[in-house]
Write a protein that binds this ligand. Sequence first.
Ligand code: GLA
Length: 411
Amino acid sequence: MGLHLSAGGHLANQRRLLSDFMQLEYLLAEARTAFEQHYGQAPRWIAGAPGRVNLIGEHTDYNDGYVFPMALERYTVVLGVPRHDPRVRIISLADPHPLEVSLDKPLEPRSKGFWGNYPLGVMAGFLERGYRVPGLNLLIHSSVPLGGGVSSSAALEVAMATLLEAAMAVRLEPVEKALLCQQAEHRYAGMPCGIMDQFIAVLAQPGHALLLDCRSRCFQQVPMLDSDVTVLVINTQVRHTLTGSEYPTRRRQCEEAARIMKLPALRDATLADLESARSRLDPTVYRRARHVIGEIQRTLEAAEAFRDGNWLRAGELMYASHASLRDDYEVSCRELDVVVEAARAIGPDAGVYGCRMTGGGFGGCAVALVRTAAVSEVQQRLARAYWQQTGREAVMFVSRPGRGAWVIHGA
Ligand code: GLA
């Protein structure tokens, strides 16, 4: 299957283009109206940044490996006007509690889990780099599902950073901007994430997935223009509240494995290295490392398969990724497994090439690669299977690769 657009595909594509455009326009219209209601004037600047879905390459970013995400056509927008005092007020349409900050004092994180910690951390990053953040009245609105493993937090950080760039008439280097946002998440939200989410939110190009080398930070934009194939995101609508220590624990286990193998990171290990070190590794640490080493390899192969339009191969690698995340890395959950097994049962002949959990895990979303002509049928079958086996409703949407952060108004 090549990159040609069949006549039917072309029409379907145009219809989708229109509806995506309307979705963003709709989001912006709601946000502008709310802004004027709250602040009594029109916004001077508007910036946006996308959520993302990771096609493959999970829990590899903090091991210096490869990731292969694409931006979603779901965006977070930040609207703003200047104020005459050194204060920032931010309203989020998703939460009744606004954020109020005085720029005269050091910016401290607020209570854990408060959305305002993300923009606070971003402002702190600019201040630390010597930028003079001005007084601002801001409002945030988003079509990125919150807490669904599609990186609503990076969308918020990067949209905020882009708004500040516009308001200060400066432009950070893209890599610097992604790192500033990652640091905000580490320091102000207490989440020691890798660099995938902020990078894709900054660097995404419409119609492309991003193959990112998390060590060198070199990247390739991989075209995804075959309108016969569609990315379907399936939100399990569950988020298992674990102790919150799972992610840092996995990171530590990976670091331990690399240390015992005397390597800078798991990126540098082969499966043969791992086997020779097996007797020196705790069995759990061994399995964690086996996931990461295998996943890095799968990610490179999958990027190749996507580039060649070899959807069957791409799909097999997605299933293999899921099995490894479930069995070796232990970050899946029953609901995600149900979706992936239902997808596998539908199979490529009925339109599903592959499916896997995406993002950090323990709930959130799965991602499937589906033949475009079969999308509605597949959605119905997945919804039915998920309902029958979990008693829950899955929320699904399709997306082409969206765009990276941009100043929508007032550049
Ligand atoms: C979260 C983190 C990312 C990455 C994924 C797992 O989304 O923010 O940096 O580690 O988990 O691949």
